[in-house]
Design a protein around this ligand. Structure first.
Ligand SMILES: [Zn+2]
Length: 271
């Protein structure tokens, strides 16, 4: 599943190809995505210039003078830059065709992705308005985590995966960041100190930034490749390593489930 680092890399990969471009046509071959693609999308967007491409949580935002396209990759979506003469395949559901012949193509076999259009400020959109801060921006920090965690009995792992608290901390990244910070995933969120939350906020940032840096090497995949951009194979220290020795102390790692998600930790290094 594309996580925040993949979406950020997609954003950086497609932006140079479509920023400043005029939309000639939007071809919708399959409108039944997670939510229906608006029937008027082609007429709404034709003639508009994409002024900027940005990311909020796992949504890509294409800003125009009249409104914003919200695009989500869902479980299996990917975007590629193509030329007009490249035939569409079975799961190529939406094409944004630009006046210079460039095509931005959404491929999504499982169809949990979304393409939506809003003429209101994007930040006020139903899907975005209640989201917590971006983990890579300065308004996310240990003080914020500490103040929001007061009296919370939920596991700290579930707490940092809650998009109202902070966006983009998926299961793999939560496991890795908690290991790096030395915090037991099951510890009650309200019982973690400010100092430890400061460390955790920094570890979340590091883990996500490492993934984004690794993703940078796949940027070429966005252009004219027949294969799909692979999701990142990061070198993971705990996730997927249950029973194997801890990279720090050599004790075997333990796996449990929290909120039905695989949770791997070192009982010796995390407390
Ligand atoms: Zn250990």
């Amino acid at each position: 599943m594309p996580e925040l680092p993949e979406v950020e890399t997609t954003c950086r990969g497609i932006a140079p190809h479509i920023e400043g471009q005029i939309i000639k046509q939007v071809i919708v071959r399959q409108p039944k995505l997670r939510w229906p693609v608006p029937e008027t999308l082609n007429q709404d967007l034709t003639g508009l210039c994409i002024q900027s491409v940005s990311r909020r949580a796992k949504y890509l935002l294409f800003s125009t003078a009249s409104g914003t396209v919200l695009l989500h990759l869902g479980m299996s979506g990917n975007l590629r830059i193509m030329s007009l003469d490249q035939a569409a395949g079975k799961h190529d559901h939406v094409d944004f065709v630009f006046t210079d012949g460039t095509v931005l193509r959404l491929n999504d076999p499982r169809r949990f992705g979304a393409v939506l259009w809003t003429t209101k400020p994007a930040a006020e959109h139903q899907l975005l308005k209640d989201l917590g801060p971006e983990p890579l921006l300065s308004d996310f920090n240990g003080e914020l985590l500490y103040s929001l965690s007061k009296n919370r009995k939920t596991a700290v792992k579930s707490f940092i995966m809650d998009s109202h608290i902070v966006v983009g901390v998926g299961n793999i990244y939560a496991n890795e960041a908690l290991f790096m910070a030395g915090i037991l995933p099951t510890r009650q969120a309200g019982k973690v100190s400010l100092t430890r939350y400061q460390k955790l906020a920094e570890c979340i940032r590091v883990v996500l930034q490492q993934a984004i840096l690794q993703g940078g090497t796949t940027l070429r995949d966005f252009v004219n490749e027949t294969g799909k951009p692979g999701y990142f194979q990061q070198r993971l220290r705990v996730y997927g390593r249950a029973g194997l020795p801890c990279v720090s102390c050599n004790q075997p790692l333990t796996e449990i489930r929290i909120a039905n998600r695989s949770t791997v930790f070192c009982p010796n290094c995390q407390r």
